[in-house]
Write a protein that binds this ligand. Sequence first.
Ligand SMILES: NC(=O)c1ccc[n+]([C@@H]2O[C@H](COP(=O)([O-])OP(=O)(O)OC[C@H]3O[C@@H](n4cnc5c(N)ncnc54)[C@H](OP(=O)(O)O)[C@@H]3O)[C@@H](O)[C@H]2O)c1
Length: 391
Amino acid sequence: MIRLAILGSTGSIGESALEVVRRHPDRFRVTALSANRRIAALAAQVREFSPAVAVIADDGVGGVPDSGGATHWARGRSALVELAGRDDVDVVVNALVGAAGLGPTLLALETGKRLALANKESLVAGGSLVLAAARRGGGELIPVDSEHSAILQCMRGSGARDVARLILTASGGPFRGWSREELWDVQPSQALRHPTWDMGSKITIDSATLANKALEVIEGHFLFGIEYERIEAVVHPQSIVHSFVEFVDGSLLAQVGDPNMELPILYALTYPGRAEDGALRTFDPVASSPLTFEKVDHGAFPLYGLGTGAGARGGLAPAAFNAANEVAVEAFLGEKIRFPEMAEVVARALETAPATEPGGVKEVFEADREARRVAREVSEQLQREGSSRKG
Ligand SMILES: NC(=O)c1ccc[n+]([C@@H]2O[C@H](COP(=O)([O-])OP(=O)(O)OC[C@H]3O[C@@H](n4cnc5c(N)ncnc54)[C@H](OP(=O)(O)O)[C@@H]3O)[C@@H](O)[C@H]2O)c1
């Protein structure tokens, strides 16, 4: 029986992970669950799965149920991080959103756990530190992102030296084919309507701007040890091919299937083996035809280039990119800035980002804080300019 801590269990990935557990009660048991603020949703999960512990991360919200019964309730950021290091957990599913996931990512790997990582932001922000934690603690880092799960599956038995190129596929989001001018009037409700994937709001906006693909290029660099020059993205609107690996002999492998996160989650939990799962066998090649591919439009979606550029710069630049992007997404969702202004916010925050390698997690958090400060300042300035233009 594999004992799971599912961090961010009330989110889109968290719910999908619990669905996988429901279908495989003989393989997986839930030991720990967490939410940020949605206590009622977490309480319902606790009633169904009876974990040893449930954590509400945000200590600003009231009404946490009394501990009692089988489950101990705790609250706060440090209680959340501690879940990742528990002795009664074999696999930590990090389904948190944003750089808030870095602490649990590091602790899971330091304490020798398997980390099924959906929270790409922690690897982007803490890259070299995350890999060092895995080396020190013997933890195992297995991606949940469908693109990286595809690459992992294609690379079985091969090393970085066998690879010529990684080609990540991107759906292109709801505004594929739109010009920069057309994007000016986009509303959050339009950007939240993803054509192929049903996901949390932050990653849905990142998919619409292609910032998500930049985060994934950086994630791919750290996961597979491939240089940035050998990682590309291609727009594939059907989201059927989850990524390609081209090998040095010219052979090209892809992993293919309907867009459904339950498969990469199940694979991360059973890797290197596989579990039979009839519910997921629904792919129909004829019905899925045709499959098409397009170039990334750098002019309309500059966050892709900003992010991959930050990755190539290295050091603390990816942490700054990630933090500024989180602020920009929040400002756009709060209708403070326009869709194309998200790139402007991030570009300005990156100007001052240090490219030095972080000596420790403290420096990552400092770079994160500083990028957020600049990004907030720029957002407020753009908001004031926008209001005066309207006025
Ligand atoms: N959704 C997908 O299909 C998909 C695919 C690939 C990768 N990913 C990655 O997976 C991660 C999760 O995405 P998602 O779409 O599942 O997000 P989501 O639906 O927004 O869920 C996020 C989860 O984290 C909790 N949370 C949010 N902010 C937190 C904070 N500051 N501290 C502690 N907990 C916090 C939320 O709690 P509340 O419910 O209480 O707010 C919720 O349980 C992201 O890194 C995303 O890029 C997602």
